[in-house]
Design a protein around this ligand. Structure first.
Ligand SMILES: [Zn+2]
Ligand SMILES: [Zn+2]
Length: 199
C-alpha cells in the first residue's frame, strides 16, 4: 500500500517527531491510511466510510471504521507512544500530560483510554435503544448489548432479575450518563468488566 501511495510516507515518517503536537501533514497521512484500509479513498472521511459500510448492513458494528472523533483520540496516543519509542535512547524525555494525549483519569484517578470525546450518536438515538429479551441479555442478539448499552427498567421489557446487562443498582443520573456515554469505561467498571463492552 505504501508503494501505491508514496505521498503518504512523507507524512507518516513524521509520526512521533514531537510528543506535544502533530503536523497537519502527519494527521492527514494517518487518516488517509486508515481510510484506505477500510476500502475508502485516501481523501474520504472516516465518518462517511463508516456510514456507507453501516448502510450496507454487511458489517457488524465492531467491524466498522472508528468515528473521526475516536480516531483522533487513538492517533494522539499513537503519536505519543511513537515519540517515546523514537527517543528511547534518551534518558529524560519531556512529555506532555497524558490527559492531553488521548487518555483521561477515571474516578479512582487511574489513567484510562479516552475512547471518544463526543457521544457515539445523538442523545435522541441513544435513549431509544431498548430490548424486549426473554433471555438474560447475555449475547449480542440483545438490542441493547448489540449497541453497547445497558438495559434499563424504563426502556426495556427484559426481566430485571434475570438480565445481566444492567448496572447493579439503578440510579437515574447514572443511567442517564451511561446511556449518553456508550462504550465508555464507566459502563464496564460498573458491571465489573475488565474490558469495555464494545470490545
Ligand atoms: Zn436484552
Ligand atoms: Zn436486559
Amino acid at each position: 500500500m505504501a508503494s501505491a501511495h508514496p505521498d503518504l510516507l512523507k507524512g507518516l515518517k513524521k509520526l512521533g517527531s514531537s510528543a506535544a503536537e502533530m503536523e497537519d501533514e502527519t494527521q492527514s497521512a494517518c487518516h488517509s491510511l486508515v481510510s484506505l484500509l477500510y476500502g475508502g479513498s485516501s481523501t474520504e472521511s472516516l465518518d462517511s466510510i463508516r456510514y456507507e459500510l453501516f448502510a450496507k448492513k454487511s458489517y457488524s458494528n465492531e467491524k466498522l471504521p472508528p468515528t473521526m472523533d475516536a480516531f483522533q483520540q487513538h492517533l494522539k496516543r499513537t503519536n505519543y507512544q511513537t515519540f517515546i519509542w523514537a527517543h528511547a535512547t534518551q534518558q529524560y524525555l519531556k512529555l506532555p500530560l497524558s490527559e492531553t494525549s488521548g487518555w483521561m483519569k477515571d474516578e479512582q484517578q487511574q489513567l484510562v483510554l479516552r475512547l471518544m470525546s463526543q457521544p457515539a450518536a445523538p442523545d435522541a438515538v441513544l435513549v431509544f435503544v431498548k430490548c424486549g429479551c426473554k433471555s438474560d441479555c447475555r449475547y449480542r442478539r440483545c438490542g441493547c448489548r448489540k449497541e453497547d448499552m445497558v438495559c434499563t427498567t424504563d426502556a426495556c421489557s427484559c426481566d430485571s432479575e434475570q438480565c445481566i446487562n444492567r448496572v447493579p443498582y439503578e440510579d437515574d443520573t447514572m443511567i442517564q450518563t451511561l446511556r449518553t456515554n456508550s462504550c465508555s469505561w464507566m459502563i464496564c467498571q460498573k458491571l465489573n468488566r475488565s474490558r469495555p463492552m464494545c470490545m
